[in-house]
Ligand binder design. Structure first.
Ligand SMILES: [Zn+2]
Length: 620
């Protein structure tokens, strides 16, 4: 999702303000660690619960034997079983605990009353007695569980306990009332707002670990499952829900029964009686249709033919569109720029009038959200801490298309935006431990740092084809992927060792520090040699290739200063041929690297580096 973004040119005043208030651009992010509750099994014995799991989606990626990775290994989530308790299963004495996974949600909602009914189907792969854990922020009632099973709710924890038999599916049904309340910053929850035509827009919006707002579920981001949605609504309402959609008067049905999907984006129901359906383009076997109010400007703000080209290009790279043959794009009064539900994209209804830094906001947002159908929906996150790979891929693939097939300013604007805003990122791209603040806060700025650090900065060494091949490999399967899986994929396709690079740019538990560089130029005859020196305060030397533009009265040359993937020196140099005296030096003029000129680099036109303070103490 590309979130609420007040992307601006960082004026001095705004930059100063941003020093202490990192912008919240991420839409909707809540991080609540799922904790396993202890309860008594049917025999009354207190036991660590095996937990409930959806299809455990993580599999090791082909590591490319001999491909140059450090060890070719990828991190792996433990096998089938628990949200919390997996580590205990193999420890002896727990072999009778069941292997249970949610395979399907059937969710009913009456839009007017917000009365909801959830039916969860559990697949049992290993017989045993015990409990599976669920989350529900709502009190459940009228519960229906198999004979002999007991369901207990304590606060937002639900435990279904009984004797599970391998091969026998178990179903649990509950009723609950969805609360009409949404987070004011992210819109996550259930909300009603007037649209631009003053009709009512209703939105049940989930997010990472937020499905308990709507009933019993497993909120772990790595779970991929099937879903059906049945929505009862007023006759005039146009209702969108994820997957293959059918509707009759007053009722809309959606199915996600072919390709698996995660809960973070699948719990989503949007309704607006003012929406009219308008075909945009058909390409790559996908019919793209817009849902906008008659006064809306989305259709006029999009280049339909170009988006069709994008779908052809994207499906050649990532495979067929995963969610049927229709992609619906709805314009609505949302807080965020766009959100990626399977087969549905919801975008903000004033995209055509927003200045957020992109040269073409509506097109960029649509490209970005479309990539999420593969990056985030079909292939999900191993953990919330891995959040930024999906945003980086969405940004980067949109950028590559812009760079190769769209007007020049679009790609340049994306890089400038990433560079300028990335300076304010408060946290590493992939924190090693959970930051003490919500996802939308720690990930602020990561939308910008991640596409540069994970992809654009690697292009000089790997080449763009190898970077794209790595993304293709990484997203090949409907599983959960981690940031380290992405490193492994990049190593596989490039045959380069990237552990040191990722340690410098991606992983971390300290406040973010980016390289600060200064340049000196020496000329001998017709050769000009530029030397760059990194001088960031903590002393880490960053692997990077930095372009330096040298200008004379009549010539321009670009030196590519390569510090290498495992630099040992704070300085690196490169030479170019110039017959006249150099009169100006510009470091990274095309904004391809997260480096910032030191104040002493007087010839550099960019603003001096600014250190942003985290909004809360870093690991107090
Ligand atoms: Zn996104």
């Amino acid at each position: 999702m590309r979130e609420q973004i007040w992307r601006t040119r960082l004026t001095a005043a705004r930059r100063e303000r941003a020093r202490y208030t990192p912008r919240v651009r991420s839409l909707c992010l809540f991080v609540t660690a799922l904790t396993c509750i202890a309860c008594s099994g049917s025999d009354g014995a207190s036991a660590r619960l095996p937990g409930v799991a959806g299809t455990d989606a993580h599999t090791d990626m082909d590591s490319g034997a001999g491909a140059g990775g450090a060890d070719g290994a990828t991190s792996s989530v433990a096998g089938n079983g628990g949200v919390a308790g997996d580590q205990d299963l193999g420890g002896g004495g727990a072999l009778d605990e069941p292997g249970v996974a949610i395979s399907r949600y059937d969710y009913r909602l009456d839009l007017a009353s917000r009365e909801a009914e959830s039916t969860l189907t559990f697949d049992v792969t290993r017989s045993g007695s015990g409990c599976v854990n669920l989350k529900s922020s709502l009190p459940v009632r009228d519960t229906l569980a198999p004979l002999g099973f007991e369901l207990a709710q304590r606060a937002d924890e639900l435990a279904l306990c009984g004797s599970f038999t391998a091969g026998n599916a178990v179903q649990l049904s509950t009723k609950q009332t969805v609360i009409e309340a949404a987070d004011p910053k992210t819109q996550v929850g259930f909300s009603r707002r007037p649209d631009r035509a003053n009709r009512e827009f209703s939105y049940l919006l989930g997010w990472l670990e937020q499905c308990p707002r709507f009933g019993p579920c497993d909120p772990a981001p790595q779970r991929l499952t099937h879903y059906t949605f049945d929505v009862s609504h007023a006759t005039a309402d146009v209702v969108l829900c994820p997957g293959v959609r059918t509707f009759t008067e007053g009722s809309t049905h959606c199915e996600l029964l072919d390709t698996l999907a995660p809960s973070y984006s699948s719990f989503a129901i949007a309704s607006d009686s003012g929406w009219a359906r308008t075909p945009l383009v058909t390409a790559a076997g996908v019919s793209v249709v817009l849902y906008d109010t008659p006064a809306g400007s989305l259709y006029g703000g999009l280049d339909a033919a170009s988006f069709g080209d994008f779908l052809e290009w994207l499906t050649q790279l990532l495979g067929p569109y995963p969610y049927g043959d229709e992609l619906r794009v709805a314009s609505a009064p949302t807080t965020f720029l766009g959100m990626e539900h399977p087969a549905n994209i919801v975008v903000r209804d004033d995209l055509t009038n927003l200045f957020v830094g992109y040269s073409n906001v509506p097109m960029h947002v649509l490209l970005h959200e479309t990539v999420h159908q593969w990056a985030g929906n079909r292939t999900t996150l191993s953990s919330t801490l891995d959040y930024l790979w999906k945003e980086a891929i969405a940004e980067y693939l949109a950028y590559v298309f812009e760079d190769e097939r769209r007007p020049f300013p679009e790609a340049m604007s994306a890089r400038s935006l990433w560079h300028n805003t990335g300076l304010g990122a408060p946290y590493p791209i992939r924190p090693l431990t959970p930051p003490p603040l919500p996802l939308e806060d720690w990930a602020a700025g990561g939308y910008d740092t991640a596409p540069l650090a994970l992809f654009v900065q690697l292009e000089p060494w790997l080449g763009r084809p190898a970077v794209l091949a790595a993304i293709q490999l990484f997203l090949r399967d409907p599983v959960a992927r981690s940031m380290d899986d992405l490193r492994a994929a990049l190593e596989t396709t490039s045959r380069l060792e990237l552990a040191n690079y990722f340690a410098a740019w991606v992983f971390g538990d300290e406040p973010v520090e980016w390289p600060v560089v200064s340049a000196t130029v020496q000329q001998t005859g017709s050769e000009a040699t530029v030397t760059l020196t990194q001088s960031q305060s903590r002393g880490r030397i960053f692997p990077c290739v930095i372009d330096v533009e040298l200008k004379t009265a009549n010539e321009t040359a670009v030196a590519h200063v390569d510090f290498g993937l495992s630099p040992s020196s704070t300085s690196a140099a490169a030479s170019v041929v110039l017959d006249e005296p150099v009169v100006s030096v510009s470091i990274d003029p095309e904004r391809r690297v997260l480096v910032f000129p030191a104040p002493a680099a007087a010839a550099a036109p960019a603003a001096p580096p600014t250190r942003l303070a985290p909004r809360v103490p870093f690991h107090p």
